[in-house]
Design a protein around this ligand. Structure first.
Ligand SMILES: [Zn+2]
Length: 265
C-alpha cells in the first residue's frame, strides 16, 4: 500500500510538471500582444510616413499599398469640431447685386488664411460687436493647431475675411463692391478658412515653422465637403490688393492638394 501511495504521488507530481511544461510551451509560441497604441492608430497616409510617430519601415510593413490606405484614411477621417458663432455684426448677407445694382453670380472660391494670433483671441474678436466697420472681421471656419474645426460664420453668409481683393480666375478678374466706402472684395463669393498660427509665428516675420499635420488633414477634409474646384481655391496673399496680406505664411500647397485629392476620391 505504501509503495502504491508513493507511486500515485509520483504520478501526480509528474503530470503536474508535464502540464506546466506544456503550458509554458504554448505561451512561448504565442506572439506578444500588439501594442494598443499602434493597433488603435488610424492608417497613416503616405504623406506623413516620415512622421516620428511610426517609423517608415513599420508603415510599409503594415500598409503594402500606401495609395489605398491613404484613401482609407481619408474615408475614415472625422475631425473634431466646435461651434463659436461670430456676432452678427461681423458678417452679412451674400448679395445677388453689387452696390450699383448690377447682378452678380460668381462661382464660390475658398480663401485660406492664418490667424497670426491664437484661435481663442481670434474667436473673441469675432464674437465682439464692433461699431467701427473697419474692425468688423470674420472667417467662416478656423482650424486649431490640434486639427479641431471651429465653425464661426454659416457658409450662406458673407464673412468679412478680405478687404481690398480680387480673384484672378479663368474668366478674368472677379471682385464685387458691396459697400460705398470700401473697395471691392472677394467676400461676396468667398468661403474663408483660417489656420491657427503656430507659436513661433505670432509676429510679422515672413515665415514660421508651418502648420500641423492635423491642420492639413482637417483643411483637406473640410474642403472635400465642397465641390469648389482646385482652380478656385486660393490664399489671402493671392487675392489681396492692399499689398499688406501675406497669409497663410509657410503654407505647403502641394501637401494640401495631395491630401485633398485623396479626400475627394
Ligand atoms: Zn487673411
Amino acid at each position: 500500500m505504501r509503495g502504491n501511495v508513493w507511486l500515485v504521488r509520483g504520478l501526480l507530481i509528474f503530470s503536474q510538471l508535464a502540464a506546466l511544461i506544456t503550458f509554458i510551451a504554448i505561451i512561448g509560441q504565442k506572439k506578444p500582444p500588439e501594442s494598443p497604441a499602434i493597433a488603435s492608430m488610424p492608417v497613416i497616409p503616405n504623406i506623413i510616413a516620415s512622421s516620428p510617430i511610426i517609423a517608415p519601415e513599420k508603415v510599409s510593413q503594415t500598409t503594402p499599398s500606401p495609395q489605398i490606405n491613404k484613401i482609407e484614411f481619408a474615408a475614415n477621417y472625422q475631425p473634431r469640431y466646435e461651434i463659436s458663432w461670430a456676432h452678427p455684426n461681423n458678417y452679412g448677407p451674400r448679395y445677388d447685386r453689387d452696390v450699383n445694382g448690377v447682378a452678380v453670380n460668381n462661382q464660390p472660391i475658398i480663401v485660406i488664411h492664418e490667424t497670426v494670433n491664437s484661435a481663442t483671441s481670434a474667436v473673441n474678436n469675432f464674437q465682439t460687436p464692433h461699431t467701427n466697420e473697419n474692425a468688423q472681421v470674420s472667417y467662416h471656419t478656423l482650424i486649431k493647431l490640434d486639427g479641431t474645426i471651429i465653425y464661426i460664420v454659416p457658409r450662406e453668409f458673407r464673412a468679412f475675411g478680405a478687404g481690398n481683393s480680387v480673384f484672378r480666375g479663368s474668366k478674368g478678374i472677379e471682385t464685387v463692391k458691396t459697400h460705398l466706402q470700401f473697395p471691392p472684395s472677394v467676400n461676396n463669393f468667398a468661403y474663408h478658412v483660417a489656420f491657427e498660427t503656430p507659436l513661433d509665428g505670432r509676429n510679422n516675420t515672413k515665415n514660421h515653422s508651418g502648420y500641423t499635420q492635423l491642420q492639413y488633414n482637417s483643411l483637406a477634409w473640410l474642403i472635400a465637403q465642397s465641390s469648389v474646384p482646385e482652380a478656385r481655391i486660393t490664399t489671402h496673399k493671392a487675392v489681396d490688393r492692399s499689398g499688406q496680406r501675406i497669409d497663410p505664411r509657410s503654407f505647403n500647397s502641394e501637401k494640401f492638394l495631395s491630401l485633398l485629392k485623396s479626400y475627394r476620391r
